[in-house]
Design a protein around this ligand. Structure first.
Ligand code: GLP
Length: 238
């Protein structure tokens, strides 16, 4: 694991955006794996600024997102499709973006379809990740085994609590999600995990220096051959 220490969230975001912009300039038709949550918002802002400055072209770039809530209207402000439109897709010239469909009537069939979408696009060049307080990546919750492909997840209580801040009440938080599997994340050619804030310090330490275990899903990244972590001082410590 290559760990980059950033002094604060702004620097973390600039470094992350530069890594992604560097990939796109080397490979204009790159397939990006994208993430939601607060951690990547600054990176998206930087990427939009680079696009607006004429430094970056997304016209041949494709993307697949990690996850989507089950049963939430895609136009709801909390849906991950809407999040991605608000933070990136509506502001750059990327046309081919894909997320799991959380409104599919056949959710198992949707997992199969999404796996095929990723396979057809030829493999993820760079997967952007945040980390949950319980070590989840995507929505792959702590468990007794690592997930392989896209799967239907029952969100656990800590995740529901953490995501309540985006809803008007805890009751409104969906209880299920569709998520790319740990196997999909591990197949990405490069992984970029961004971690910000003192509240992530313990889980960052557990994921990077603790045992590799499905009880801490992000710990498997220790086995990834090309994983970069950008952590700010609050998350990493002095
Ligand atoms: C959600 C997302 C994850 C994200 C996590 C942490 O659960 N499904 O992909 O990494 O939140 O979010 P944040 O960056 O807001 O702490």
């Amino acid at each position: 694991m290559n760990i980059i220490k950033a002094k604060d969230y702004d620097q973390l975001s600039r470094i992350g955006a530069n890594i992604i912009a560097g990939l796109i300039s080397q490979k204009p038709n790159a397939l990006l794996g994208l993430a939601t949550g607060s951690s990547p918002v600054g990176i998206y802002k930087e990427l939009v600024a680079k696009y607006q400055a004429g430094e970056l072209d997304f016209s041949q770039v494709s993307s697949v997102n990690l996850d989507e809530y089950v049963g939430l209207d895609p136009t709801a402000p909390q849906s991950y499709l809407q999040f991605m439109k608000d933070n990136l897709f509506d502001h750059v010239n990327m046309k081919n973006y894909q997320l799991p469909n959380g409104l599919a009537t056949d959710l198992e069939g949707e997992c199969v379809r999404y796996n095929q979408v990723m396979a057809d696009l030829g493999g993820i060049d760079l997967q952007l990740l945040g980390i949950g307080h319980n070590g989840h990546i995507g929505f792959n919750e702590p468990s007794d085994s690592f997930t392989k492909g896209t799967n239907l997840v029952d969100l656990n209580d800590t995740t529901i609590d953490a995501n309540t801040r985006f809803f008007s009440s805890r009751d409104e938080v969906p209880r299920q999600a569709l998520s790319m599997g740990i196997g999909d994340i591990m197949k990405a050619k490069a992984v970029l995990l961004v971690v910000s804030g003192a509240d992530k310090r313990d889980i960052l330490k557990a994921a990077t220096t603790g045992p590799i275990t499905p009880a801490v899903p992000a710990s498997i990244l220790q086995y990834h051959p090309n994983c970069t972590i950008i952590a700010d001082t609050a998350a990493y410590g002095e």
